[in-house]
Design a binder for this molecule. Sequence first.
Ligand code: MEV
Length: 452
Amino acid sequence: IIIQVSILSLICIYKIMSQEIKGFSKLSKKGKIDWLVKTCFKNDEKALHILKKYWNSDDSLQKLHDEFSENSISNYYLPFAIAPNFFINKKIYVVPMTIEESSVVAAASKAAKFWMNHGGFKAEVLKDEKIGQVHLFFHGKKKLIQEYFDFIKPTFFKNTQSITKKMNSRGGGIMDIKLIDKSSDLPGYYQIFATFKTADAMGANFINSCLEEFAKIFTNSIKLFNNDELKFDDIEILMSILSNYVPNCIVKTQVKCHVNELNSLEPNTPNFAQKIIQAIKIADIDIYRAVTHNKGIMNGIDAVALATGNDFRAIEAGAHAYASRNNKYKSLTNAFIKNDIFHFELKLPLAIGTVGGVTNLHPLVKLALGILGNPDSKELMKIIASVGLAQNFGALRSLVTSGIQKGHMKMHLINLLNKYEADENEKKLAQIYFKENTVSSASVENFIKKIR
Ligand code: MEV
């Protein structure tokens, strides 16, 4: 047994070692692909073929995409779809959405159409402030750090002018800088806590550059303080980084209509409006439901964020943290009936931009912003939030009526047919057959077997 285990371990180590490579990033694109195809596909030409198939024939466009990321070897396609009829603040938008889940755009479009005929979305940006922190440890006398911070605070503003000048001219900049004592949570731990406005940029680079400068200023200006009690080694900067939790960068969007109008949308579901409200109440009390509920909202939000070149991971992280801001993870949407009017609203933090990042570089992102009429960042916040609300409406509407699978699988049918490499004629037959029959992985497989 010992010999067998040893041999197995050696094989395992050999396998791991044969996949290890040093200096991969320094190889040419061809070198990287050759290594990959040899190492992961035993030189199978099919792998090479797939990678090349997704290259763009326009060399300069391909180069642009290659340069977005280190070690890029091909392009990864996602659908670039359109959800029309978004009526937001009395303006009609055609919304670009990038998402692979087949029913999302259909659901958003359907919801947008309904609300377009019922006054549309009313959206507003409530706050637009971002946050960044320098995390540090202080080992000296407690009262000294606050005194030193107060002394040096004007220098934070003054010595970052080369970074902030352009942002100031666009109406943004550093709003405030505070010292926060966190030493009761973690011995010696303090934060330089700064708030920013970043105009039409998401602002990550701007904020991080300011913070790193604050950190340098804080460590290098001790001599100026001229107090022997404060020693250079007393201050230990750990890290400087923006926060993706932006509870002061908030957008709210809402729709409303007479409860009877909403109920008449689903005549076969008694008390449809009440059922939507109950579904949200459940998401408020049950985390299992809440996460799925909010995921549905993020289907729409991420899709527009991605299409417009925004960092959807930052948005996701911030949104879920906001959903648990009162120490309980809850629904991001809310609904109620007042004086026979059904109100449905979404409030969430959105740190996005319409300039900077890939927004000015990626041709499809530029096009997406063009489709939206080149909004500024606040207008884009309102659009993105409204798509999130529409998405939640679409999901809840399906869930409390026919169930999600009917619409979902209808849209997914084409993917299942593609899995069996169905030709156009087979697809046509399937569309007819599945009008009357339930779509599932098994039923599509059976159908294909039968007709073949
Ligand atoms: C699926 O991507 C999203 C839903 O699960 C959202 C929800 O349950 O509310 C349908």
